[in-house]
Design a binder for this molecule. Structure first.
Ligand SMILES: Nc1nc2c(ncn2[C@@H]2O[C@H](COP(=O)(O)OP(=O)(O)O)[C@@H](O)[C@H]2O)c(=O)[nH]1
Ligand SMILES: [Mg+2]
Length: 479
């Protein structure tokens, strides 16, 4: 069984069906092997790096299979750092299969998932954070998520981690230097002065600088996750407030049933929208009304189906990152509305049906963020979208909701990175805690080293074969 770490020539289809299909190859001798099944072998062998050669791939007996363009790469100027060639063939399943079969017969091995990126990493072309961002980029659902992944691909996270690592390294060197010095000079120093020095962490200022950097990175993860997975915004409110109408207005299309009978949206409906690059899962829920004392319609008791809908609404509200609470402006607020609004944070109050009735001044005083709209006429919808965007992008005041934007820093893109940053953070916090209590430096220095090693694992300066295998095997084929 072949494993990661081989350097043999490999090949894989790197794109799906389309007008053209890309087959990627890499490894020492790849161009020569390819020349053996190419209509212009001499031109291909002589091709300098980063040039394109036109010709035909020929099957057994020289039968032409497909007309292709071959991009030639020479080491170290390629994605993997190896010699390689990308074959651009016509985009049919038969063409791709025939070319791949011919490559196999010529001596290419099937690439393992992520093997091209693995080789790029092994050859020092990219660090692990950039390898991971390649996969992030592929799975990005919105423009915002794409931009964040691209930032990491360009090395922003790697640079920030190396900056913090350099600080820590300085602190480690200063601490270890003092330890060495103390041992050498033991005889000449009085016990008093040694003790005095022991608890004092040299270059504490840089260790604290590193601590701030680690804390920022650790906190960034929740925000980055929201970009990748989206925030959940739940539309809630009493029956007939106009929730489904608002949902549709936000979607700009008719997806849920708008009706004049309260309690029609029995279950919930979800749609994904992108708000200024921020992915938002928008959920329209069943109206909330108290089954015991229905304030909307006393003659219309809550049936079992509606009760289930209400229960599911409450669950969704519990999971929500943000709640759009809709009030029926034509009726005004009642006790149930006020109770809901008083109980929770993360709520944007939407005063709907403003075409019938505007929001009274005192409700504005109580709810400064109030958005006045008419889902029917579209009035105020643009402003609502803007305040939604600002709420998502803004910094979180309450701690309940991490805003998405507000920073241009790199941020963490994977749980692996987050775990290692937290390991470094815990070690450094412990080291500084010991220093505060004047504990001896020989207890503190190893903790600083631990923190340093955790950072080395993030970029891959320190790595083990099984961790790398596990990581790259999750990549897709041809990456
Ligand atoms: N005048 C007016 N009527 C609205 C507005 N939004 C919704 N409605 C009406 O209110 C009723 C209930 O709307 P719906 O969206 O089904 O409410 P839901 O039960 O909260 O989902 C329907 O007759 C809508 O046409 C609005 O902004 N202005
Ligand atoms: Mg509805």
């Amino acid at each position: 069984m072949r494993g990661y770490g081989d350097t043999c020539p490999i090949a894989a289809q790197a794109s799906g069906q389309g007008a053209l299909i890309l087959i990627r190859t890499s490894g020492q001798g790849a161009v020569d092997l390819l020349a053996g099944i190419f209509s212009r072998p001499r031109a291909l062998r002589a091709a300098p790096g980063n040039t394109v050669v036109h010709g035909w791939i020929a099957g057994p007996g020289g039968v032409p299979l497909d007309e292709v363009l071959v991009s030639v790469y020479r080491p170290p100027r390629s994605y993997t750092g190896e010699e390689g060639a990308d074959i651009s063939c016509h985009g049919g399943a038969a063409a791709a299969k025939a070319v791949l079969d011919t490559l196999r017969k010529a001596g290419f091995q099937d690439a393992l998932p992520g093997e091209f990126s693995f080789r790029a990493f092994m050859n020092g072309k990219i660090d692990l954070t950039r390898c991971e961002s390649v996969m992030e980029l592929v799975s990005a659902k919105t423009r915002g998520a794409l931009e964040r992944a691209a930032r990491r691909l360009s090395g922003a996270l790697e640079r920030e981690i190396r900056r913090i690592r350099d600080k820590l390294l300085e602190a480690v060197i200063a601490a270890e230097h003092r330890l060495d010095y103390s041992e050498d000079e033991f005889d000449s120093l009085s016990a008093d002065s040694l003790e005095e020095e022991a608890g004092c962490l040299p270059r504490r200022d840089i260790a604290e600088d590193a601590l701030r950097g680690l804390r920022n990175l650790s906190a960034s993860y929740r925000r980055e996750r929201l970009y990748q997975e989206g925030a959940l915004a739940v539309i809630a409110g009493r029956p007939n407030a106009g929730k489904s109408s608002l949902f549709n207005a936000l979607l700009n299309e008719d997806r849920s049933i708008v009706t004049e009978t309260p309690g029609t949206t029995r279950d919930w409906i979800e749609a994904s929208i992108s708000l200024e690059g921020i992915p938002l899962r928008l959920a329209d829920t069943a109206g909330l009304r108290d089954p015991a004392a229905d304030p909307v319609d006393p003659g219309n008791p809550v049936g079992p189906a509606e009760a289930l809908g209400i229960e599911r609404s409450r669950e969704l509200i519990g999971e929500a990152d943000l709640i759009l609470y809709v009030v029926d402006g034509s009726r005004g607020m009642n006790g149930e509305d006020e109770e809901f609004l008083a109980a929770g944070r993360r709520i944007l109050l939407v005063w709907n049906k403003a075409d019938i009735n505007g929001a009274p001044e005192d409700s504005r005083k109580h709810f400064p963020g109030l958005a006045e709209v008419s889902a029917k006429t579209g009035k105020g919808m643009e402003e609502l979208c803007r305040s939604l965007g600002a709420l998502l992008a803004g910094p979180d005041q309450t701690g309940a909701f991490a805003g998405l934007g507000g920073t241009s820093s790199a941020g963490l893109g994977t749980s692996r990175q987050k775990d290692l940053i937290d390991r470094a953070l815990a070690a450094l916090e412990e080291a500084l805690g010991l220093a505060d209590r004047n504990e001896p430096l020989d207890l503190i220095a190893p903790l600083l080293r631990d923190a340093l090693n955790a950072l080395g694992e993030i970029t891959g300066e320190i790595s083990s074969a099984d961790i790398l295998d596990a990581m790259f095997s999750r990549f897709c084929l041809g990456k």
